[in-house]
Design a protein around this ligand. Structure first.
Ligand SMILES: C[S@@+](CC[C@H](N)C(=O)[O-])C[C@H]1O[C@@H](n2cnc3c(N)ncnc32)[C@H](O)[C@@H]1O
Length: 278
């Protein structure tokens, strides 16, 4: 697969939406503290953006970012997380990594008044252009499912982190153990890849990240199952009451994702892994 083929195609629409003002800075599902209470209700204006800000807040709290650190955001989207860090901290070395030059161009436009050393780099998450033991924190928010290999990314994170450093991530995957055994798996894969690809490893289990991290010299110190907290966001991407894709591949993927999520087969997790030492 060439680098261009690895840029998620759905970003064509997101970049367009961003330019038209219909898509915000964060590009992830967002976190709902009161997920059960909001189920089935229509989305109110600004609510999705608040949920997205909440997810960013959780990630940054978990990362325990401090003044003077080197922080890398892998799969940095439109730069929301690094901008938050830039606004709240000093003497930082901040680096956003993305495989999509168009998103990096938006990042550069949006953060002109930076308070810290801030760079945006075109690179693949599985081949980070960084020296060993050079970062205090790595963030990877809802991006890992796109990478060619979770295993390789964890090895890269283990290499790039300093002793005492931490990787904080959110990720989503489909757990085979939570699927109906009769479910047509090839159709699930095809729909998700068509709408949200690249998604090489659709199937993953709850323990997978911990095993991969251990092999990379990282120890899981925190994790949370945010499957229910992220589920209400589909109300934003799919019109209320709509249940038929009408042959539209984008809608087919969105409906497949929502159905899997509502059934708990699509898992959404938050995790922090530490590298010993420091
Ligand atoms: C769902 S978006 C999340 C963006 C951002 N982390 C956020 O939360 O707003 C996934 C991001 O991962 C990036 N990405 C996908 N594959 C990548 C790769 N192999 N290397 C680096 N970035 C990648 C995409 O271009 C996109 O910016």
């Amino acid at each position: 697969m060439s680098v261009t083929e690895r840029v998620p195609a759905y970003f064509d629409h997101l970049i367009d939406g961003f330019r038209r003002g219909t898509v915000g800075r964060s590009v992830h599902l967002g976190h709902w503290d009161d997920a059960a209470g909001r189920a089935g209700e229509p989305m109110r204006p600004g609510e999705f953006e608040r949920a997205q800000a909440r997810l960013d807040e959780i990630m940054l709290e978990m990362a325990d970012v401090r003044d003077g650190q080197a922080v890398v955001d892998v799969g940095c989207g439109f730069g929301a997380s690094l901008q938050r860090i830039d606004e709240g901290h000093r003497h930082m070395r901040l680096l956003g990594v993305n495989i999509d030059a168009r998103q990096l161009a938006i990042c550069r436009e949006l953060v002109p008044h930076r308070h810290n050393a801030l760079r945006w780099v075109l690179a693949d998450a599985c081949a980070l252009p960084l020296g060993g033991a050079s970062a205090d924190r790595i963030l990877c928010i809802e991006a890992m499912f796109h990478f060619a290999s979770r295993r390789t990314f964890f090895l890269e994170a283990g290499r790039v982190l300093r002793p005492g450093g931490a990787l904080v991530l959110s990720d989503m995957f489909v757990a085979p153990s939570a699927m109906n055994p009769d479910a047509p798996r090839a159709a699930v894969e095809a729909a998700l890849r068509e709408g949200y690809g690249p998604w090489p490893d659709v199937w993953c289990e709850d323990a997978t990240h911990e095993q991969l991290a251990r092999a990379a010299g990282l120890r899981r110190v925190w994790s949370a199952d945010a499957t229910a907290n992220t589920c209400p966001s589909h109300r934003f991407t799919i019109p209320r009451g709509l249940d038929d894709d009408g042959g539209d591949p984008g809608l087919r993927a969105a409906l497949a994702l929502r159905r899997l999520h509502e059934r708990g087969a699509l898992r959404y997790v938050y995790m922090r892994f530490d590298k010993a030492g420091g």
